[in-house]
Design a protein around this ligand. Structure first.
Ligand SMILES: [Zn+2]
Length: 293
């Protein structure tokens, strides 16, 4: 039986350690199918999506967040969007990158991502946007987000995410965790938590052995009190209406050129790869509308 795609949030019984964990195997499978990602691209995008899905559990109702990885490696940019309801979408600029394994025999995500910057944008609505950033550390995504929380948000944290890819390119297991020390923690708790993180078997191995998100969290915080559980799934907010707004934003001159070309227009949503086709007569109507405006 396949584990449900869930993210969970909990606290140690004394309230000093916050933990998040998730299983995202189906979500990363959908991303793989939508974008046709290569194994290394699935791993990079899937790790980012898993971490974003957990971070979204810390959002309030109408908020959403975007994690952007701007590396100089062959994958280009990775962008993942998540909202407080567990909806996640994302893409990578170059989904078909192939690279030899790294020296540990693993997918070389670090090399595929390269060096650069990481951005986290939290949109709280009403033009209230918070943006934090940090330099990428290894490009392995988990390390980079660990650094982000510690430096940019000043919360001592450990972040891990893993994606196990089958020989046919499908996703066998995906998920991750975030543990954070909250104000009031004592020094002893730091080393105990560090030891638990270091001693944790590979996340994807645990998930393959049918561990669920809560079980994963208990490995890191044995006395965890679960506060919140949310289903995680792929969903895109694009629509034909939004895409026609994109065309309108080109302006009348550009629209007139498109009509003159007589080829119609095709726009693809970056996030879900959905194709929207606009015929020549639809474009002509848009020009009319621009004239009236
Ligand atoms: Zn879309």
């Amino acid at each position: 039986m396949q584990q449900r795609n869930l993210s969970v949030r909990g606290l140690s019984s004394n309230g000093h350690i916050r933990g998040l964990a998730c299983v995202t195997t189906q979500l990363v499978n959908v991303l793989q199918l939508r974008h046709g990602t290569s194994p290394v691209a699935s791993a990079a995008l899937g790790r980012t999506a898993s971490i974003a899905a957990m971070m979204a559990l810390l959002l309030k109702d109408e908020e959403r967040l975007t994690v952007q990885i701007h590396g100089n490696g062959p994958l280009g940019n990775i962008v993942v969007d998540a909202d407080s309801q567990g909806n996640v979408r994302g893409y990578v600029d170059n989904p078909d990158v192939q690279l030899p394994s790294n020296r540990h025999g693993k997918l070389d995500v670090g090399r595929a991502v390269g060096s650069g910057l990481l951005y986290v944008t939290r949109d709280m609505g009403l033009n209230n946007v918070y943006r934090g950033s940090c330099e990428l550390q290894t490009g392995e995504i988990g390390d980079d987000l660990t650094h982000y929380f510690t430096v940019s948000e000043q919360i001592p944290s450990a972040v891990g995410a893993g994606v196990l890819v089958n020989t046919d390119g499908s996703i066998l297991a995906a998920g991750g965790f975030i543990v954070q020390l909250l104000p009031g923690y004592v020094e002893d708790e730091v080393s105990v938590l560090e030891d638990r993180v270091k001693g944790l078997p590979n996340v994807t191995e645990l998930l393959r052995n049918n561990m669920d998100a809560q079980g994963l969290l208990q490995q890191l915080i044995p006395d965890v009190v679960v506060l919140d559980t949310r289903a995680v799934s792929f969903a895109c907010t694009c629509s034909r209406e939004r895409m026609s707004e994109v065309l309108h934003s080109l302006g009348r001159q550009e629209l007139e050129k498109l009509v003159a070309d007589q080829l119609g227009a095709e726009i693809r949503c970056h996030f879900c790869n959905q194709k929207y086709v606009f015929t020549q007569s639809e474009l002509a109507r848009m020009v009319e509308y621009e004239r009236i405006e």
